[in-house]
Design a protein around this ligand. Structure first.
Ligand code: BES
Ligand code: MN
Ligand code: MN
Length: 454
């Protein structure tokens, strides 16, 4: 049997096995799920062993374990490092799920459940492609190293350390990742750029404790008003970030790239429908695609303080808080941007309040030319697997490991995503199109198989 027939005959078995993977609530941010995380790591290692990776192992770290394996039996063929993550985001708010987050269900050609698109479903695509190649041919046509982590959704902290101390073990000719999206249904895509991410928390403190707003209101600083005023000044009327120096290092888009982005099969009206807002807005002088993929931004992720329960409570709160993030593009330096953002926010606040500014995480952007022959290979494999034209895209999200591998080994990073932007990653009713899951397995098997020749 050739590997494509093997894949075709294992459709049901593969889908059932993916459901098993999805049922384990491997939420990396919550301590109460540590045992589930450990169970998921073992589950992945077991599946790798079944796929012929005899040395698959679970490697403990300070936080969540890594799963590692390799198969190096193809002399002369390239060595690929495959990376993915088995951890998922929390399922909250639970009440908005049509079917429970950890009870995968098929509706309308889509598989619903936390982790279907980000990233268990996409990791499973590789596991099943590799298994098909091994089972139908007796051995793999390429050399492959596998690293699947459990901390991506909390910043890949342990991975940093591991990569620094295990360079030889991870060294490869290229990195392959499936943790991104396709441009649109029927448009298989290879992603050549991601934005970096810095995350901050701001605490503004006025009075030493909460105060009666009748007794004190009018004569004391209200931290909510003061924080809101500062936040309102972080963008100007053209939606540009006002932090001094924020754009200084940003590399301008070339005319050639702008033209390529303009000619992608992407419709602004579909995007607006997907967003569901009455209108769109963003930095003046740039198209929507440029704004979400290629331009740096500053976003408010949360703001709280004072009373927000039922009814009224007359109070001047002692503190107000905000969670803020910046998405970064080449050549912005995350550490420098963090300092600039802190300095600017402190400057915007009056002397009547104290400010605590925390940098929760930083991460560099990644954009790379797709000149290496492996990219042509990826496009061709997608075209065969999907029977559709494949395109090169950038994306606005962040994957810390990609930047780290690119910086450490200077190898091509091939990001082949099988999700879709409207599949509710991190949100209720996350799902993956079954067609993309099945065509994904075929495409990846073709990709790895054809790589033997380059
Ligand atoms: N798979 C995503 C990254 C992604 C999202 C790539 C959208 C392309 C398009 C990843 O799991 C993720 O959610 N990353 C976080 C950052 C991380 C450090 C928590 C993100 O982008 O917010
Ligand atoms: Mn992901
Ligand atoms: Mn994610």
């Amino acid at each position: 049997m050739d590997f494509l027939e093997y894949i075709e005959s294992h459709r049901d078995a593969n889908l059932n096995e993916l459901k098993e993977f999805l049922r384990i609530p491997s939420i990396s941010t919550k301590t109460e799920h540590r045992a589930d995380i450990a169970r998921t790591a073992r589950w992945v290692a077991d599946r790798l062993r079944e796929a012929g990776f005899a040395n698959a192992e679970v490697v403990p770290t300070k936080l969540h374990p890594l799963v590692l394996a390799d198969s190096l039996e193809a002399p002369g063929a390239p060595t690929i490092l495959f990376y993915g993550h088995y951890d998922v985001q929390p399922a909250d708010p639970l009440e908005f799920w049509t079917s429970p987050a950890f009870e995968p269900a098929v509706r309308d050609g889509k598989l619903y459940g936390r982790g279907t698109a980000d990233d268990k479903g996409q990791v499973h695509i590789h596991l099943k492609a590799l298994e098909a190649l091994r089972k139908s041919q007796g051995k793999l046509p390429i050399n492959i190293k596998v690293i699947i982590e459990g901390e991506e959704e909390v910043g890949s902290v342990s991975l940093w350390d591991f990569v620094a101390r295990n360079k030889e073990r991870l060294k490869a000719d290229a990195l392959v990742v499936s943790d991104t999206s396709m441009l649109a249904p029927g448009v298989p895509s290879v992603t050549y750029g991601l934005r970096g991410l810095n995350y901050y928390q701001v605490e503004v403190k006025g009075p030493a404790q909460d105060l009666h707003s009748g007794t004190f209101g009018g004569a004391v600083p209200n931290p909510i008003t003061i924080l809101a005023e500062a936040i309102a000044k972080l963008h100007d009327k053209n939606f540009r970030v006002t932090v001094p120096g924020f754009y200084d290092a940003v590399v301008a888009l070339s005319a050639k790239e702008r033209k390529a982005l303009r000619s992608l099969p992407w419709k602004e009206s579909d995007f607006r429908k997907m967003v569901g807002a009455p209108g769109l807005c963003g930095e003046k002088g740039f198209s929507t695609v440029e704004r979400i993929w290629c331009r740096p931004t500053l976003e408010l992720n949360g703001i709280w303080g004072g009373y927000s329960g039922e009814g009224s409570k007359t109070v001047i709160p002692s503190k107000a808080f905000a969670k803020i993030s910046t998405r970064l593009v080449p050549n912005q330096n995350p550490a420098k941007i963090a300092k600039q953002v802190e300095r600017h926010i402190r400057k915007l606040l009056p002397k009547t309040v104290h400010c605590k500014f925390e940098v929760l995480s930083t991460g560099k952007p990644w954009v790379a030319p797709f000149t290496h022959p492996i990219f042509r290979n990826a496009i061709q494999a997608l075209q065969k697997g999907f029977g559709k034209k494949a395109v090169f895209i950038r994306e606005g999200g962040s994957i810390p490991f990609v930047t780290q591998m690119h910086d450490t080994f200077k190898v091509p990073c091939v990001l082949i995503g099988f999700g879709l932007p409207d599949e509710n990653a991190h949100a209720p009713d996350e799902h993956i199109l079954l067609e993309n899951y099945f065509s994904g397995i075929k495409s990846i098997a073709i990709f790895y198989s054809d790589l033997a020749q380059i």
